[in-house]
Write a protein that binds this ligand. Structure first.
Ligand SMILES: *Cc1c(COP(=O)(O)O)cnc(C)c1O
Length: 412
């Protein structure tokens, strides 16, 4: 995260209609345009599903093969001691930390997201026995709600799921932890981390933020905003590959107050001491449970190379501008069956634009046959994710053209 990439001149879009020339002019002025070289993408495809599975980084394949051939194949079990494998969860966590505004030693890459979430929620509740409630919102990602309910049950607590409008009222003194997701996976709506974190803290609760659709594309400011706990996927905008393990963040000053509810040998202070008693490691490592998935971590480690020297502010600016271009084109296209379902203001939106269409699956499928890859979310949403490191303004322009043509042809 050293060095700066030139940020694009954005948002001050004139009200003229979009043309390919205007899109290309933005590309010519785009300091992030060269980042496209850091990825391998099939020809003829505009990939707008990077919010589901990020694209393949150009150094990943070589890195995985090297890990297999030279580390596993030659060093064999020596990879664990002296080969750097044991340290990988923290070392790669430290590479993710600057991307979410966290400090070194605050991020660990270990479990799938839902498991990490359950672990941190249980830990938070156990640390504050007088507060027996997790609060979350009905619009949260369902897996987060399942995991939160499971975590509550495990520690004899209760999950209360409330409508977003009722969140403030739900923050009573019974609440131990408030479990929120930064970007709504359906609409792309961006929730206000500073305000909601403050509200939870004012009520005496800890806050856990799910950063699945934020990490790698939005500044989060874990330290700056006093976030207590966070989890996030690495296979979305961090491009770690299918099923790459999630990261978890625990504020440094909180680490020694929390116990890992699923202790395992690799979170022990002396993993190779084989003591009968659990004794947690100091710091973030105590939240580790099991043997880390080294091949998946090698892919993630290489994928993070794509962020070297990249300014996250430049990424955010381009993300807003790409989304804005796409939305304005959809609005100009004026196809009644196709409506923007995301916030119109770029400041209120993550890096995704959702469009509502009564036959959304057919729109997504027809767009796909024409090289534009988005995804469908029930019941009527077409989702398009904008990954600024590998998408151009021309891509956003062409994608909007294709989606409009598809929707128009379906009206005939
Ligand atoms: C993608 C996503 C997950 C994924 O959870 P896994 O356990 O890694 O499968 C969790 N939460 C949110 C908000 C997501 O968008």
């Amino acid at each position: 995260m050293t060095g700066q990439t030139r940020s694009t001149s954005i948002i001050r879009f004139v009200s003229a209609r979009w043309t390919i020339g205007r899109a290309r002019a933005l590309d010519a002025d785009d300091g992030l345009a060269e980042m496209r070289k850091r990825f391998v993408l099939p020809d003829g495809v505009i990939y707008l599903d990077g919010n589901s599975l990020g694209a393949l980084g150009s150094t990943v394949s070589e890195r995985i093969h090297r890990t297999i051939d030279e580390e596993w194949g030659i060093a064999l079990a020596a990879g664990w001691q002296g080969g750097g494998w044991l340290e990988a969860p923290e070392r790669i966590g430290d590479r993710i930390a600057p991307l979410i505004g966290a400090l070194a030693g605050e991020v660990l890459v270990a479990d799938p997201t839902s498991i990490a979430l359950a672990k941190l929620l249980s830990a938070a509740l156990t640390a504050r026995p007088s507060r027996r409630v997790i609060v979350s919102t009905t619009d949260n990602f369902p897996s987060d709600l399942y995991a939160a309910a499971g975590a509550a049950q495990l520690v004899g607590a209760e999950l209360r799921v409330v409508d977003r409008a009722d969140l403030a009222a739900a923050l009573t003194e019974e609440v131990g932890v408030c479990c929120l997701t930064h970007v709504d996976f359906r609409s792309g709506e961006l929730h206000d981390i500073p305000r909601l974190t403050r509200a939870a803290h004012d009520a005496g609760a800890l806050v856990l933020w799910d950063l699945c659709h934020s990490a790698g594309v939005l500044p989060v400011g874990c330290e700056e905003n006093g976030i207590d706990l966070a989890v996030g996927c690495t296979y979305k905008y961090l491009n770690g590959g299918p099923g790459s393990p999630s990261f978890l963040y625990v504020r440094r000053t909180l680490q020694d107050q929390l116990e890992n509810p699923l202790p395992g040998w690799l979170g022990h202070d002396e993993p190779f001491g084989f003591e009968a008693e659990w004794r947690p490691a100091q710091g973030i490592r105590r939240f580790l449970t099991s043997t880390p998935p080294i091949l998946a971590l090698a892919a993630l480690d290489a994928a993070l190379d794509a962020f070297e020297g990249v300014s996250l502010m430049a990424v955010r600016h381009k993300s807003m501008a790409l989304g804005q271009l796409f939305i304005e084109m959809v609005q100009e296209g004026n196809v009644p069956s196709l409506q923007v379902a995301s916030p119109l203001s770029p400041e209120s939106r993550g890096s995704q634009v959702s469009l509502r269409h009564a036959d959304a699956p057919a729109v997504i499928e027809a767009a796909m046959t024409r090289g534009v890859i988005g995804d469908f979310r029930t019941p009527d949403l077409c989702r398009f994710g904008f990954a600024p490191l590998y998408l151009s303004y021309e891509d956003a322009f062409r994608a909007a053209e294709v989606v409009l043509e598809v929707a128009r042809s379906m009206e005939l």
